[in-house]
Design a protein around this ligand. Sequence first.
Ligand code: 5GP
Ligand code: MG
Length: 186
Amino acid sequence: MQEQIEQILIDRNQIAKRVRELADQIAADYRHLSDEASEDLPLVLIAIMTGSVIFLADLVRCLPMMMRMKLISVSSYPGTALSSQGVTITDELPDDLAGKHVLIVDDILDSGKTLMAIRSRVQQSSASSVRTCVLLRKDRPSARATPSEYVGFDIPDQFVVGYGLDYDDLYRNLPDVVTLRDEVIA
Ligand code: 5GP
Ligand code: MG
């Protein structure tokens, strides 16, 4: 697997440090929620599978508040596709989001179609608030134009894998965010 890596864009130490910073920022912003003892009020995290699974696992363990987690699947980059093929939400959203504070967690903001689709669905469900958190945001106009309250890193407009992100469902277990050699993704 190592010989297929072209370049390490963000290494595991940078990721760990930034994830803690994001968590601190989220915890501070949502502090009023954790003060509430009511079972109705905990934050609801909606994580978009499968790319966000490692980010989610690291992020939530730095968040010291009450929360529920829902995992949903969205298909936009099937198999070996290198660009978004249109968004299909393959799971229903939880039907009890009314009045809840919802934080959507995803791996990477690229065309923005995924986050826009989920965000508007959550808004339609009368959630009290909706915010989004992404580990990576690509340097392209559509990504920058998509609202996201918490962004880990801005990266060049390149195809990346690792730390949960895949190519044909491979490479998710790489601890760093990397680019692959041309011959691997050609
Ligand atoms: P968007 O809807 O913003 O175009 O794309 C979001 C989804 O596409 C991400 O959740 C991710 O699954 C996938 N994606 C976008 N860019 C990349 C990339 O550079 N590498 C990988 N592995 N997946 C990507
Ligand atoms: Mg994804």
